[in-house]
Design a protein around this ligand. Sequence first.
Ligand code: SAM
Ligand code: SF4
Length: 329
Amino acid sequence: MVQETLLKDAFGRSFEYLRLSITEVCNFRCTYCLPDGYQKQKGPGFLSVEEAVRLARGFVALGTWKIRLTGGEPSVRRDFIEFIEAMRAIPGVRRLATTTNGYRLEKNAKAWRDAGLDAINVSVDSFRPEVFHKVTGHDRLREVEAGIEACLDEGYDAVKINAVLLKGVNDQDLSLFQDYVRNRPVSVRFIELMRTGDNAEYFDRYHVSADILAQNLEQEGWVRKTRAAGAGPAIEYVHSDYAGAIGLIAPYSKDFCKTCNRLRVSALGKLHLCLFTEFGMDLRPFLQADEQLEELKVFLCKALQTKAQSHYLDEGVTGGNHRFADIGG
Ligand code: SAM
Ligand code: SF4
């Protein structure tokens, strides 16, 4: 029997989806995320597998059933496969996903699938090799594409591509993404560039609304899918001539927060009630022994009551939120 979630906020939203970052480290240098690459920080280490399991058990006991392992780049952790196995072993985890830049995907797609990963999001901002190279700092588009093919061969339940929409970089490339999903059951997600505490200038230069893509898709016969109950804020389009789908994630649109269904925990064990909050709440003190499960659950339920109704970005609030490599995007 599926448990009803106890993770409900004061505005009636349910949070059945946990995005768990397991590292801030990344080997790519995406211009919108880590333009100078990852710089080693002093301080406590990232969550261990044991801490992550205790954390996930707390969330699952309150009704969470979907967990995404993210980062930084989650696959840079040598024990990444142990995270997958450990999360898979928790009764109640019905969907286990990861988000990756794909650089180790071709080699690992099978091992990760065998370890229990159900779904994968791979970041591909462009299908033009030179643009991919410019954005990520790595000339690896072909390897990443081979990794996606490997995931399709391995029969993952869902294979998605994340592309951050960047003015003058990939906003004219819709047809290349459409070509890609014509015969592949892959869902592309165009994500509007989000402003963080340290990319204001970049944001002003490259941010572009996803509205124009929506118009183009509709003109070309793509149909907006009805939102399934419990689905997140992505708007998805399908077309009878295409095996795949195209989705839009537009955080600056009005009402985006109404469908929020996710909570985030950083690699340092901080609970972020919203991607745009400046401070996280430290959960690590509750993750040191299995016996702390009840304490953790009480803390989570109380914390959720302080979640704001909206990030108010559409009203011009920007906040000093973290770059995504720190809390997982
Ligand atoms: N390293 C992995 C990857 O890139 O797929 C996982 C972590 S990354 C922070 C998660 C997602 O956040 C990626 O799809 C990335 O493109 C997206 N992202 C990072 N910074 C962003 C920003 N400022 N605005 C919108 N999306 C962003
Ligand atoms: Fe690394 Fe992902 Fe950030 Fe790119 S978006 S720098 S791959 S963490």
